[in-house]
Design a protein around this ligand. Structure first.
Ligand code: ATP
Ligand code: MG
Length: 303
């Protein structure tokens, strides 16, 4: 058993002439929480579908849990991965029990083993409702947790979660991430996409996708340091209609509520310009967040 549970080398996925994923290479280590980030249409779901054996890559090499992914081995891959899809998680008109039963039959699980595993998973999320409850009657946060259990039912080494917390309350998001952290602590590998950068801070490493290409991969802290060093400032206007900084000197100027986050271009003598700005702006040097990194690298606004 190698330490790498996912190996992707020069993977591309083409739809006709369009590259949804273009020459992407990365590894995922066993037991890590790996965040896969990018704007809408960046190629996250397409990548996940390939890694779950649901869509063939157009080119490149994919190895999942030591299984080289070649045509005809889709089922070997599917056995090793859990998948919580972005659009579909559970059958709304079926009960919780029926959803589990269905997943158990898809994976041809031994009945006694299945019942034990179901109990273990429902205990894990603290499910305190009846198994007969119809899924559409569950609160969104609980539904997502049950969907996570269903994805884990066959006890895969790695689980792919495609925006698992979209559309649930912030409390439910926090609870969900607590479960994710516990799973990782117990050795599972979590491959997760999210549009919430505060959630992505929980990841051991994150990969940033833009327009089908991988543009950065690192731990959240290293990404922040590499992207900003100590050159990020928060500016709050001291008065109405302040004098604006010279945008030609800036690499980033981003509104954040009533404040702005600002980064000078490389080589600009910041101290001199900061002094000039001080009469109109309160200026504080700040630690970048992943949100800052995302805005800078993924959205890369032109100023
Ligand atoms: N079956 C398909 N046929 C043609 N184009 C597709 C197909 N599936 C995805 N695409 C295109 O590939 C690109 C990447 O889509 P994908 O769903 O992987 O993005 P994503 O990063 O998951 O976005 P989101 O954050 O909105 O979920 C998009 O431009 C999408 O329209
Ligand atoms: Mg998607």
């Amino acid at each position: 058993m190698t330490k790498k549970i996912v190996v992707v080398k020069n993977m591309s996925v083409k739809f006709d002439d369009f590259y949804a994923v273009h020459d992407v290479s990365f590894d995922v280590m066993r037991g890590e929480i790996f965040g896969f980030l990018g704007a809408n249409g960046a190629g996250k779901t397409t990548t996940i579908r390939v890694l779950c054996g649901l869509l063939p890559a157009s080119s490149g090499v994919v190895i999942i849990d030591d299984v080289l992914f070649i045509k005809g081995r889709e089922n070997d891959v599917k056995k090793r991965v859990g998948y919580m899809s972005q659009r579909f998680t559970l059958y709304d008109d079926l009960s919780v029990k029926e959803n589990f039963d269905f997943a158990a039959s898809l994976h041809s699980l031994d009945n006694d083993w299945y019942l034990g595993q179901r109990k273990k998973l429902l205990d894990f999320i603290g499910f305190d409702r009846r198994l007969k409850v119809v899924v559409k009657n569950l609160p969104a946060g609980i539904k997502q947790q049950v969907a996570l259990c269903v994805a884990l039912l066959h006890d895969p080494e790695i689980v792919f979660l495609d925006e698992p917390t979209a559309g649930v309350s912030s409390r439910a998001r926090m609870q969900f991430w607590k479960l994710i952290r516990t799973l990782a602590k117990n050795g599972k590998t979590i491959f997760v996409t999210t549009h919430y950068m505060d959630e992505a801070e929980n990841c051991n490493r994150v990969a940033l996708m833009r327009a089908g290409r991988l543009i950065a991969i690192d731990s959240p802290d290293d990404l922040k340091i590499k992207t900003f060093g100590d050159s990020l400032y928060r500016l709050t206007a001291r008065r109405k209609n302040p004098n604006w900084p010279d945008m030609n000197l800036l690499d980033m100027w981003q509104p954040y509520g009533a404040n702005f986050h600002m980064q000078f271009k490389n080589g600009v003598r910041a101290a001199k310009y900061l002094r000039a700005l001080k009469s109109d702006w309160e200026i504080e040097q700040i630690k970048p967040s992943l949100e800052d990194v995302f805005i800078k690298l993924v959205e890369e606004q032109d100023i």
